[in-house]
Design a protein around this ligand. Structure first.
Ligand code: ZN
Length: 98
């Protein structure tokens, strides 16, 4: 078993995004996203990569509007909820000043 703590966080965030309606939990894309977090992009077949790129990348491949760094998976549900695409650091800065 993989005990990477980040994996659990990522899967939880993925599930949260699905609950929020950004990814369909019953879709092939959701299963492919889970496989991506478990085994990496290299484990996906060409067909799965196409689905991933079309349905998952646009949802989870977000860049911070301030620093341009990729937003951590675990920070994404909050970013969507706030309607602000910010990494966890800049979200903290934003909320602190609010
Ligand atoms: Zn940032």
């Amino acid at each position: 078993m993989n005990t990477d703590p980040e994996l659990g966080d990522n899967l939880e965030a993925l599930s949260t995004l699905a609950d929020m309606g950004y990814i369909d939990k019953d879709s092939a894309a959701f299963g492919i996203a889970q496989q991506y977090f478990h085994e990496g992009f290299d484990s996906l077949s060409e067909k799965q990569r196409a689905i991933f790129n079309k349905h998952i990348s646009p949802v989870i491949g977000k860049a911070c509007g301030v620093c341009g760094e990729g937003i951590e998976m675990s920070a994404l549900p909050n970013a969507y909820e706030e309607g602000k695409m910010l990494c966890s650091y800049h979200m903290y800065q934003f909320q602190k000043d609010d």
